[in-house]
Design a binder for this molecule. Structure first.
Ligand SMILES: *[C@@H]1O[C@H](CO)[C@@H](O)[C@H](O)[C@H]1NC(C)=O
Ligand SMILES: *[C@@H]1O[C@H](CO)[C@@H](O)[C@H](O)[C@H]1NC(C)=O
Ligand SMILES: *[C@@H]1O[C@H](CO)[C@@H](O)[C@H](O)[C@H]1NC(C)=O
Length: 368
């Protein structure tokens, strides 16, 4: 098996195990958020019990959807391995507890817009973060919309992350407004998820900020109308030690003031995983007052841009589609384009510092 095949194989083994654990509804504690019966509001001691007996009792006593959600996190922190199913919308009126142990949540099929089914949402009311984890646990979120968070909808500092079929809408934060994956964390796998109108108000990564992780994949995702104050209107990645894969994903109308209207990737770890951009489209992204309308890649990495299309991107200071920033020395930036490079590439400081080829071989087998 060649290197790329091995990478995909490892990534898919990881995805498969994550999918399996994410979709066992109920888990061993058998708790379903939507099935918790309402209790008499006046029951004495309910609030105390909510804090005290967390394995199941807290969920039974919780009244509002918001309290049930908080109780689910508290139960997971106490060791429950249930996959929680949220069957109502939640608008936060206070911060949720931090996630400290493995936590899996899934939106149920009960929420409606008129008669049409839609994802249930958790709304941060433009005041609160939604899911926050600092511990190295595993967080899995499926079929939910996370919206209007302030400070990051999913702020998952060191946890492994699995996100499937979600939407992140109108979140704001200093950086990584939808999904923040900080230093020292595990792998990530994000599938069939849309990121719309998320805004990094101070820094990089309008929707997603990734720093020095192992690696991971965004597959079949949509990034639309996200913006960053500095780099990477949709995603900013400050490198990982293992491959970073973006596949079959569409980036439309994202913008950044510091370069890389859709993506910016900068190496930051001693070992730098290759970056694969496969079968994806970049349309009308914009680097405002900066370079690289769609993508910026910086020195000391290997980038593989394969079967991807570019149109209508704008780099107002050059590089309508890409800016490739090389460095001196033997660790220069290498990029292959398959089948061939788009126009609108700006080389910094100039073309001698970046190695590029038009070839499909370094892509490995392309996804069909
Ligand atoms: C947490 O999840 C990870 C990744 O799925 C798994 O390897 C680990 O065993 C889980 N930990 C617990 C305590 O269940
Ligand atoms: C997101 O913000 C836009 C623009 O303000 C608004 O039109 C839209 O309804 C908002 N969507 C959600 C889900 O809050
Ligand atoms: C991306 O755009 C293409 C072309 O419009 C479309 O066929 C594909 O379904 C889109 N992908 C996603 C994940 O929405």
């Amino acid at each position: 098996m060649d290197r790329r095949g091995l990478i995909l194989c490892l990534v898919s083994v990881y995805c498969w195990s994550a999918v399996c654990s994410a979709f066992v509804v109920g888990g061993k504690d058998g708790l379903r958020l939507g099935q918790v019966p309402p209790l008499d509001r006046a029951e004495p001691g309910a609030a105390r019990k909510l804090l005290g007996d967390v394995r199941g009792r807290a969920l039974e006593l919780a009244q509002s959807a918001e309290d049930k959600l908080a109780a689910a996190i508290t139960a997971a922190n106490a060791g429950s391995s249930a996959v929680y199913v949220l069957e109502e919308d939640v608008v936060l009126t206070k911060p949720l507890p931090w996630i400290e142990k493995n936590f899996s949540i899934k939106g149920g099929a009960t929420c409606r817009a008129g008669s049409a089914p839609r994802r249930c949402f958790i709304d941060g009311a433009k005041k609160f973060q939604i899911f926050v984890a600092y511990m190295p646990c595993a967080v899995s979120i499926a079929n939910l919309e996370l919206r209007n968070a302030l400070g990051g909808a999913a702020y998952l500092k060191s946890s492994a992350v699995d996100i499937d079929g979600c939407a992140f809408v109108n979140n704001t934060a200093e950086f990584g407004a939808a999904l923040y994956m900080g230093l020292g964390g595990g792998k990530f796998n994000v599938r069939a998820t849309s990121f719309v109108n998320n805004r990094a108000t101070q820094n990089a990564g309008g929707a997603v900020f990734i720093s020095a992780r192992e690696g991971g994949e965004f597959a079949s995702c949509v990034f639309r109308g996200n913006s960053a104050m500095t780099k990477g209107g949709a995603i900013a990645q400050f490198s990982g030690t293992r491959p970073f894969v973006i596949s079959q994903s569409n980036f439309t109308g994202n913008s950044a003031r510091g370069g890389g209207g859709a993506l910016w990737i900068t190496p930051n770890t001693p070992v730098v995983g290759d970056v694969f951009i496969l079968g994806s489209s970049f349309v009308k992204n914009k680097a405002m007052g900066s370079m690289g309308g769609a993508i910026g890649l910086e020195a000391r990495l290997k980038g593989h841009i394969c079967g991807s299309t570019f149109s209508g991107n704008i780099g107002s200071r050059g590089g309508a589609n890409l800016v490739l920033v090389g460095s001196t020395g033997d660790e220069s930036l290498f990029v292959n384009f398959c089948p061939k490079r788009p126009n609108g590439i700006l080389f910094k400081p100039d073309v001698r510092y970046v190695a590029t080829i038009d070839s499909c071989i370094p892509c490995g087998p392309l996804p069909s």
